[in-house]
Design a protein. Structure first.
Length: 543
């Protein structure tokens, strides 16, 4: 953290000017300048007695020239120049009455300082203290926050590698050493940081478990472990009755640069471009060519690498029971459960359970009309559907469409029958360019480049944030609804099973949807977004 140096600089200035009445200097030895009147060269100007005394001999403290400051009560220095605007000068309360870099405070021009409790020009915030990580840092910038949603809980990665989690504490998924939900009758801030063995770099919660990459280049997971999703060779839950300060890292066979968690499995991408997955494998979602769980009685390294052919893997994402990845050749591959066509191959056959994920070749995902150099920049996998964000800002979803989550103004599944390639669909009408996407159980969301958020699909629990009931996207396009009222522009979004959270420009966090277990973080279990806007709930007390 780079701390502001303003306070130290100010102390030095005050030390130099002590004893000088600025701007009216008293007697100084010849050629010794008045500290309040430094010129551009850094040298001080020497006061002229004829301009500071009784220049006209009438007994008034003026120079007799009739200029402002000549004893008539108007501001000015009496030398014919405009009013003094330098350090220590009297000012009228406006920014213009002081030089750049100074502010008018208490009718005096003083240095603009971070930490005075007032956001001045050039400061994003100023809470008047010298504490980092409390929302406004000591350099008067917002404390950066990233929120990632799991199925029933969320974790916030706070600037400096700190982690706070809230929502359902089942099996210890929050990491606080107990099974007490957080956010149902207290705020996330009240729980404090999760005790961890180091600083977190990336975090991704799954279904009642959490995995994170740490600054020491190790991966650690906690929460439910009964299908090996913790990757440590046991099925013992971690975090339910023990703290995590001594939690060892997983044996992955490489240094992970990204991690993604789904319903009961996780995947790590290494710097080499390889991917390894562990945990529940009932549908081939680990991509190992079998249905054997990995991590329950062997370390995660026992899982083979996902075979997607000769190209390195650039992106990987885990859904409820399927996984997808994009290679550096911009090819998309998906594997695992395929009940609704979420793999995108025009059938409902599982893939990866007895064959490598590469065996079907890449998914035909690029819609006609997009530029030839278009690539996929983000994947979002839901309960039974898959969404892709393209470099053009277009969004496409396929798989289960039962609640309109594909955004195609119908409730048809897509990708489950022959001749149903995702690329045959038209990109979703969003009314803007998308910069990020997320997917829940049966709904999808997109963040647009103007900070708006739109969601579509199932809306039984307010997860679309529209303030009204009824699914969206089932017989109309998402664009027909207004963007979600968040109380400010969003910079990131993440969705869980039946809820979502967004981080706004000032790094405040707002959540909406199903409120059970306190997953929204407002100190209650109320659903938000079904008959009110998310903005009406305000931001959660996180820091």
């Amino acid at each position: 953290m780079q701390h502001a140096k303003t306070t130290m600089a100010l102390a030095g200035i005050l030390a130099v000017t002590a004893g000088c009445s600025v701007p009216f200097c008293e007697v100084y030895p010849e050629n010794e300048g008045c500290p309040g009147f430094a010129g551009e060269s850094g040298e001080s100007e020497t006061a002229n007695p004829s301009e500071t005394g009784d220049g006209d001999g009438d007994g008034d403290s003026g120079d007799g020239d009739g200029d402002p400051g000549d004893g008539d009560g108007d501001p000015g220095d009496g030398d014919g120049d405009p009013g003094c605007t330098e350090l220590g000068c009297m000012c009228d309360g406006t920014a213009e009455s002081c030089d750049p870099g100074l502010i008018c405070e208490g009718a005096e021009c003083v240095p603009q300082t971070c930490g005075n409790g007032t956001p001045d020009d050039g400061e994003a915030c100023d809470d008047g203290n010298e504490i980092d990580g409390d929302g406004c840092d000591t350099d008067c910038t917002w404390t950066t926050v990233e929120v990632v949603a799991g199925a029933v809980h969320n974790c916030a990665l706070i600037e400096g590698g700190r982690l706070r989690c809230w929502g359902g504490a089942y099996f210890g998924g929050l990491g606080y050493g107990n099974l007490e939900n957080i956010g149902d009758d207290e705020t996330p801030a009240s729980a404090g940081d999760v005790t961890l063995p180091g600083d977190v770099v990336v975090v991704d919660p799954g279904w009642v478990f959490t995995c994170a990459l740490f600054e020491d280049e190790l991966t650690r997971c906690w929460g439910v472990g009964y299908t090996g999703q913790l990757g440590n060779g046991t099925t013992i839950d971690i975090g339910d009755d023990e703290m995590l300060g001594g939690l060892p890292g997983l044996m992955l066979g490489g240094t992970a640069t990204h991690i993604t968690s789904g319903g009961g499995h996780s995947c790590a991408r290494f710097g080499s471009g390889d991917v390894r997955c562990w945990g529940y494998n009932g549908y081939g979602q680990l991509g190992t060519g079998n249905t054997t769980n990995i991590g329950d009685d062997e370390p995660a390294i026992a899982a083979g690498l996902v075979d997607l052919g000769p190209n390195d893997i650039a992106l990987v994402a885990a859904g409820n029971n399927h996984s997808c990845a994009v290679t550096n050749a911009d090819d998309l591959y998906c594997w695992g459960l395929n009940t609704y066509g979420q793999l995108g191959y025009g059938n409902v056959e599982r893939l990866g359970d007895d064959e490598p994920p590469s065996s079907n070749g890449p998914v035909d995902v690029y819609p006609a009309g997009l530029p030839g150099n278009t690539s996929i920049v983000q994947l979002a996998l839901g309960g039974g559907h898959t969404c892709a964000l393209f470099s053009t800002g277009d969004v496409l979803c396929w798989g289960s469409g039962s609640r309109g989550q594909l955004g195609q103004a119908n409730i048809q599944n897509w990708g489950d029958e022959v001749n149903e390639a995702p690329g045959d669909l038209t990109p979703i009408e969003l009314g803007g360019t998308a910069t990020a996407i997320s997917a829940g159980e049966s709904f999808s969301c997109a963040l647009l480049d103007n900070g708006d958020v739109r969601c579509w699909g199932r809306n039984a629990d307010g997860q679309l944030g529209l303030g009204l009931a009824g699914d969206l996207g089932d017989d109309e396009f998402p664009i027909v609804a207004e963007p979600i009222v968040l109380g400010g522009a969003a910079i990131s979004i993440s969705s869980g099973d039946r809820h979502s959270c967004a981080v706004r420009e000032d790094y405040s966090v707002v959540c909406w949807g199903f409120g059970e277990d306190g997953r929204l973080g407002y100190g209650n279990t109320n659903t938000i977004g079904d008959d009110e806007t998310p903005a009406s709930a305000g931001s959660i007390d996180l820091l």
